[in-house]
Design a protein around this ligand. Structure first.
Ligand SMILES: [Zn+2]
Length: 285
């Protein structure tokens, strides 16, 4: 084989498609995005990172593009990850490899005092209840539909001061107990809470830790959650529009005072909700 032929082969395989990686590094607890140009005779299949695989979806506002999200768990350690884009060219499966840097979010720590019974519940009844609630939530978050309910930018669920950011390591009554899994907004009991975008209400019920809770499915594996509400305006199965009133803030569940806890999941992974919304707003809508 002569070198020129080999060179052409390399160029043609590199030029199989164009992809854009706005940020080639991401911190634990945050989400990265990859954008792809649609090409003739080429079908994007999925992205593979170790044992995980991620779907590639149609870009919601640009018919010439596709996109994929790579949500990073809070518990990811700094490393370089091999990311494989799997696609079919002329009915033959091929892979393109890129590398992603996972960085340390350097999240702060905070101490919290709550009612003893809400830290580590010991009664069997409560344990059974929280286990059931956890299983139900994980089943919901595992659902990744190709359908996307969203057509425009995400909104914050309310306008008020953020009292606690996503990712702070939490020490409940002096025992380290996970991390803050969402963003807290200051909210007096009874403050209106809105849907941050279009979607389907997939959960609206009282839970032990999160109190009166709402989860909205926005499609394509993206969920937003609204916790500790005093009352519901919607019920499971309802379709909601961005900005629509879904309930009122409160002080239900495991709390130190009234506030709204707002969180998000992507492909089952809990991520920083504000960073996720900013990322989607900038790249997709
Ligand atoms: Zn919170």
């Amino acid at each position: 084989m002569n070198y020129i032929f080999l060179l052409l082969l390399v160029i043609s395989s590199l030029r199989a498609f164009t992809m854009e990686v706005p940020e080639s590094s991401v911190v634990n607890g945050r989400t990265a995005i990859i954008l792809f140009d649609k090409e003739k005779d080429l079908k994007y299949e999925k992205i593979v990172v170790g044992k995980e695989s991620y779907k590639i979806f149609k870009h919601p506002s640009n018919a010439k593009k596709m996109y994929a999200l790579l949500p990073q768990s809070y518990y990811e350690k700094p490393t370089t990850k091999k990311v494989e884009v799997v696609y079919q060219k002329n009915s033959k499966e091929e892979r393109k490899v890129i590398f992603f840097q996972i960085k340390d979010g350097k999240y702060a720590k905070e101490r919290i005092q709550v009612q003893k019974s809400k830290v580590n519940p010991t009664s069997k009844k409560v344990k059974d209840r929280t286990a059931k609630e956890y299983a139900q939530a994980m089943k919901i978050y595992g659902g990744v539909t190709s359908k996307n309910y969203v057509t425009s930018k995400y909104l914050a669920p309310m306008n008020s001061k953020i009292t606690s950011d996503f990712g702070k390591a939490r020490i409940y009554n002096d025992a380290l107990n996970g991390y803050h899994s969402g963003t807290d907004f200051r909210a007096k009991v009874g403050t209106p809470i809105i849907a941050s975008n279009d979607g389907k209400i997939v959960l609206a019920k009282d839970r032990f830790y999160s109190g009166n809770s709402i989860i909205i499915d926005h499609g394509q594996g993206i969920y937003t959650c609204y916790y500790h509400l005093s009352a519901f305006k919607v019920k499971e199965g309802d379709m909601v529009k961005k900005g629509e009133l879904i309930g009122w803030s409160g002080a239900t569940g495991r709390i130190t005072g009234p506030h709204l806890h707002f969180s998000a999941r992507v492909g089952g992974v809990q991520v920083d909700p504000l960073q996720l919304m900013a990322l989607l707003n900038k790249n997709l809508y």
